[in-house]
Design a protein around this ligand. Structure first.
Ligand code: SAH
Length: 299
């Protein structure tokens, strides 16, 4: 593409954003609950970009990637509320209060969250608190980790003949071990995506197998999906805990359980672990989706 074409494209985007700004301005005294996507800056929505670039204050958590953080204006105040499971810099009540106080002080407040603000992000609580306190709260959807990470590495979450439904499940309940209807989760022909499930992975795989999911069901662990450090590790349900330990998987990471994982093709991801023999040369054979215990190969 030549320079002229590039600048025409930039103008087009600038026009789009200017029109959106007239229609839906980022005003003082309001909160924008904004999804930052799974990490790859190109997976940020144009709306999130527009809102971030007009922020006076950005209240963010640890899932927001560095390239997305780099889009925040230099003169905007950044407040890290570090939402990691073990180490909350601020409690949820304090975050709620902070958002309302900042908006009442007349700031354009962007609450920036990894993925989508309403998928395991406690965005619903933040929105409700703003509403209860008369502070306008706008929502900017983001690409949630399950959708971004799976699609970006070539795992279709649904597939006509393999999975007719998909479930996003928390691996970490409010009181520790989540209390699920495990037999419903262990049903055939669906894909399960566990968020925050790494620490509880042994329990998850045991419960699913006890409730009837075959031990050889394919699983994938995606660490830092869509980011340069992304790792994809594949195996079978009975080896889930083992592959997580052996590979020293760290958060953020997702667990995907289901036959669709058998379609994972190594070549679609830059760093790939665990190629099974029938996938080393590229495309999974859709006719033969039997999944084998994988050999660890770093590619
Ligand atoms: N609101 C977020 C989820 C917050 S819960 C969203 O919609 O994506 C935090 C969990 O999300 C992490 O423990 C991990 O399981 C998952 N996660 C978020 N970003 C991820 C990424 N880039 N790669 C893998 N897992 C991710």
């Amino acid at each position: 593409m030549n320079i002229l074409e590039t600048s025409l494209q930039e103008q087009q985007i600038a026009r789009l954003l200017a029109t959106a700004n007239r229609r839906d301005p980022v005003s003082r005294g309001e909160v924008w609950l904004t999804g930052a996507g799974p990490g790859d800056v190109e997976l940020l929505t144009l709306k999130a970009l527009r809102v971030i670039q007009q922020a006076d204050v950005v209240v963010f958590d640890r899932l927001v990637s560095a390239p997305v953080m780099a889009l925040i204006p230099e003169d905007a105040l950044r407040i890290d509320v570090g939402k990691s499971t073990r180490n909350h810099t601020l409690g949820q009540d304090e975050i709620n209060l902070l958002l309302v106080d900042l908006a009442r002080a007349g700031h354009r407040v962007v609450r920036l969250k990894g993925g989508d603000p309403f998928v395991f992000g406690r965005g619903g609580e933040e929105m409700a608190f703003c509403q209860q306190n008369g502070v306008p709260c706008h929502i900017v959807p983001g690409i949630t980790a399950a959708m971004g990470c799976a699609a970006a590495c070539g795992i279709p979450l649904t597939h006509r003949s393999l999975a007719q439904s998909v479930r996003f499940v928390t691996g970490h309940g409010a009181q520790g071990d989540p209390d699920f209807d495990w037999s419903a989760l262990a049903m055939a022909n669906q894909t399960l995506v566990f968020y925050m499930g790494i620490a509880n992975s042994d329990n998850i795989s045991q419960k699913l197998m006890t409730h009837g999911l075959p031990a050889l069901t394919p699983v994938a662990v995606i660490e830092r999906g869509t980011q340069p450090e992304q790792r994809v590790i594949t195996g079978t349900l009975d080896s889930l805990g083992q592959i997580i330990t052996e590979n020293q998987v760290e958060t953020p990471a997702l667990l995907i359980v289901g036959d669709v994982v058998g379609m994972y093709r190594a070549k679609s991801a830059p760093q790939v672990y665990g190629l099974s023999e029938n996938r080393v040369n590229g495309f999974a054979d859709i006719a033969d989706l039997s999944f084998q215990q994988t050999t660890m190969v770093q590619g």
